[in-house]
Design a protein around this ligand. Structure first.
Ligand code: SF4
Ligand code: SF4
Ligand code: SF4
Length: 553
């Protein structure tokens, strides 16, 4: 007897698998088995995309949202800022373009906010354990969500006035509007009863906070900018990119200083691009990103680089600043040198200066965004070097997100918050999370069933902005309509997941499959092992295994 949870059905096989009544010649036997789709495998949060896509197709938007937040509490946020890891290997890629998973995810997040949907709180008896989370960014918030939903009393400590960490203070409004961010986070925090301690500067108070809780999760973000040094070993006197973004975010900077026409941004990561695009929106006529390697080497996401180019940001590659001074008119003179940095054996070598290549750039402001790091000084003499989410210090201090492995994407931070919550839950309950199902194999999805209606091109949600909108931090993408979301979800094959389409039941020539109270049952006494059910299952949710006791194998 085998049982597998598929949507709301439990599928199982019945009968004596070892001696079918139809004869002893059957060599293989079917069983229902959900397997991992490529999109779920690549999503850092491991969202069950095939299932929530199916629910969207059925127009069950609330159910789809509830299915999604089982793995990722923030679809509105990820639907705007995630780099769409899931779409890279979508099985529809070669069959009429990949599914716009991110656009549908964003629709669901928006739907939840607009319809006042809230996370279902924990309804069982609370376990009486208290967890302090240091850092109210994506990772800390995610840990808080999963712990609170499992019966822990959770408190978040954050040094900022508002919740969100990098989501609020590092990601510009045109990618993630603050008002929507506050709504998604607020709904989660309120519904789960999470206690907030904002403007809390955990420095000398860390030991005291730690002593008051059963567990502590260190989830602070990478809010400290790396120092950029000149040729004399002195720090360049430039504002950091993070400081600039934070001032734009909290509206303490709404315009550029008078006569600021040309801004140089040093760095090649996503922060540098966010800074450059924000500077353009504040009115800089010329924005130049200066990067020490080539465009291909830039750590910034390709989509962001392309968007910046479209908005008129200039790039200067293989260039490093060596020193700077202010001229008589208080303009900055940035002395630079050209470098070369040919990779050797696939490894990037440090850029090497080209002799006599020095040149100067005159500009009005320079912003340094060469990388961010985490400030863990508040841990004092405690060991700072956490190695994984279930690495425990002092018996009960855990870590997640940037604090654990340095700056990464928002969805990776959310996934890390979930993992640390799972580690604590497993420790308290003594039982680990169920292992993941196996991944789908090549040829398991039957593309020959795709019909023409479902071969529409993917729905893209990029907007072209007017010159006026470019100055107003208006969003650069839009939320698709419910009709578009359904249309897009209809293109999904739901790889690896049964969606109760009945096709296997209809095609079985021996009537071995029945549906009892919404549950598929294979009568192995009747099954001859012809394999037709697995052949007609477009999404590969039926596997054939070798018959137990088959002497011919
Ligand atoms: S979080 Fe990112 S990778 Fe995961 S489903 Fe959403 S867009 Fe895809
Ligand atoms: S077709 Fe659907 S389930 Fe399959 S990989 Fe693409 S989005 Fe995922
Ligand atoms: S054919 Fe349909 S009902 Fe049968 S396993 Fe596949 S998806 Fe489920």
């Amino acid at each position: 007897m085998k049982s597998t949870k598929i949507l709301d059905s439990i599928s199982r096989s019945s009968g004596d698998a070892q001696s079918p009544k139809t004869g002893s010649w059957r060599r293989i036997a079917p069983s229902y088995e959900n397997r991992l789709s490529p999109c779920t495998l690549l999503c850092p949060c491991a969202e069950n995309i095939p299932i929530w896509m199916h629910l969207v197709r059925e127009k069950k938007f609330e159910e789809a949202w509830r299915e999604l937040i089982k793995e990722n509490p923030f679809p509105l946020i990820c639907g705007r800022v995630c780099y769409r890891f899931c779409e890279a290997q979508c099985n529809r890629k070669e069959q009429g373009e990949r599914v716009s998973i991110n656009a549908v995810e964003r629709f669901l997040g928006q739907y939840a906010v607009e319809h006042g949907l809230t996370t279902t709180p924990y309804t069982g008896e609370k376990n009486g354990l208290r967890v302090a989370i240091i850092g109210g960014g994506p990772s800390g918030l995610s840990a808080a969500h999963f712990l609170a939903r499992s019966g822990f009393a959770v408190s978040i400590y954050d040094s900022h006035a508002e919740l969100g960490g990098m989501l609020r203070y590092g990601i510009p409004e045109y990618r993630l509007p603050k008002e929507l961010l506050a709504r998604e986070l607020g709904a989660m925090v309120t519904s789960l009863g999470i206690e907030l301690h904002m403007n809390a500067h955990i420095d000398t108070t860390f030991e005291q906070v730690a002593s008051e809780y059963d567990f502590v999760v260190v989830s602070v973000g990478a809010h400290r900018s790396r120092a950029l040094l000149d040729d004399h070993g002195r720090e360049f006197p430039f504002m950091s990119g993070l400081q600039f973004l934070s001032r734009v975010a909290d509206k303490s900077m709404t315009t550029l200083p008078p006569d600021t026409h040309h801004i140089c941004v040093i760095g090649g990561g996503n922060t540098a691009i966010d800074v450059a695009r924000s500077a353009k929106r504040l009115g800089a006529a010329i924005v130049t990103v200066i990067y020490r390697r080539t465009e291909e080497d830039m750590p910034a996401h390709k989509d962001e680089i392309e968007a910046a180019k479209k908005e008129g940001v200039q790039f200067m590659f293989l260039t490093i600043p060596v020193w700077s001074y202010f001229d008589m008119l208080f303009r900055v003179r940035l002395e630079c040198m050209a470098v070369q940095g040919e990779p050797e054996g696939g490894k990037k070598l440090p850029p090497v200066r080209i002799p006599n290549s020095q040149f100067g750039i005159d500009c009005d402001m320079v912003l340094s965004a060469i990388g961010e790091e985490v400030d863990l000084d508040f841990l004092g003499s405690r060991d700072h070097t956490f190695t994984s989410e279930d690495d425990v210090r002092g018996g009960r201090i855990y870590s997640s997100g940037d604090a654990l492995y340095g700056p990464r994407s928002v969805s990776e931070a959310i996934a890390s918050g979930k993992k640390v919550a799972e580690a604590i839950i497993a420790r308290v309950s003594g039982s680990a999370k169920e292992p993941r199902p196996a991944a789908l194999g090549d040829g398991d999805v039957k593309f020959y069933y795709l019909n023409k209606r479902r071969k529409n091109p993917e729905i893209l949600n990029e907007r072209s902005l007017t010159a006026e909108e470019l100055r107003s931090f208006a969003e650069t993408t839009f939320t698709i309509t419910s009709e578009q979301a359904v249309e897009e979800a209809d293109r999904c094959i739901n790889c690896g997941s049964c969606i109760a389409c009945d096709r296997c039941l209809d095609f079985c020539p021996d009537f071995s499959i029945t549906k009892q109270d919404g549950v598929y049952v294979i009568d192995l006494d009747m099954c001859k092992g012809c394999g037709l059910c697995a052949q007609v299952c477009e999404r590969g949710a039926i596997v054939f295994g070798k018959e137990q006791g088959d002497v011919n194998t």
